[in-house]
Ligand binder design. Sequence first.
Ligand SMILES: [Zn+2]
Ligand SMILES: [Zn+2]
Length: 385
Amino acid sequence: MSTKRDYYEVLEVSRTASDGEISAAYRKLAIKYHPDRNPGDDEAIERFKECAQAFEVLSDSDKRARYDRHGHAGVEGPGGGAAQFTDINDIFEAFGGIFGDLFGGGGRAGGRRVRRGSDVQCQVTLDLVEAARGVNHKVRFARHARCEQCEGSGAAPGSSPVTCDYCGGAGQVLRASGILRLQTTCPSCHGEGKITKDPCRGCRGQGYVPREVTREVQIPAGIDDGMRVRLPGEGEPSPNGGPPGDCYCFIHVKDHPLFERDGQHLILRMPITYSQAALGATLEIPTLNGPANLTVHAGTQPGEVFTLRGKGLADPRRSGVGNLLVQVNIEVPKTFDAEQENLLRQLSELEHTAVTPHRKNFFEKVGDFFTTQHDEAPSGAGAED
Ligand SMILES: [Zn+2]
Ligand SMILES: [Zn+2]
């Protein structure tokens, strides 16, 4: 298999090119064929890999000598193989230093990779009315804060961290793996570049201590169970000077005794009497913003659904408000007085069907709902007509 192009040709340099010329050529081509600049271009990615392989060989004097003598065969196969980059990320791993320089050094500080702090989380439980209107809610959660005793250095007062001997303070070491040299985090200082010999007692050398914080989180109207609200920058601090993580506030919305939720829509199961269904009626029904009128037509059937537009919930991520779907349930009373019984007997040719008798319960729930409901003005997009 000698379909491989000559490495000097790949890097567009002469066979007598100096190390500096090879590096310069590689940098130029790596930018030209960089996947970020050629999204979806498979050929560019192949060229990018090809350049990385060529550079991997020609930048190493031993391998370059073997390549000059034996061609591809000299650097392929077990014990002598050029790196076979199958994953583009391997290239970034292997030549991380070069790319760090090439691409503006973003995410690096003093040659070390800065890490973002971890995310933390907290929980908030709301009732449906709060979720519908949106609320500001206090949350408490634990995260770490800079130790005041050592001002975050981790070293006991009066001492200071010393440069790591193992990596000379770089935080990274070159590790030979086969013929591939990988830059990895220093195992001695874990990438910090410094070692704390006399750790601070307040934080056991961590530089950070656990803290409980209280924050107010703005929960948007219409939030649903299982959604989360991000508090940017309220997570753990970065271990080495990077940005802090975020706090994610997970929302739990309690079930409501009257309304069932279906995304932005609300479902209300409403009992009506046989005569209301048969003759038609205007009913007062509960909504999240107070009572509203619903007219059911004569001949309303059990299970029929009436839609009250805009009486559902806002969508916290988009505009628009859901609907209230009222499903009527025709209820047969369990007890009735003599007059009702008399009238019913006059209707005795009509067929009776059993319906769950929970009308009294329902109206008790309506009563409870209206007496305990928050009485502030409705808010949130489209919450009112
Ligand atoms: Zn400390
Ligand atoms: Zn080190």
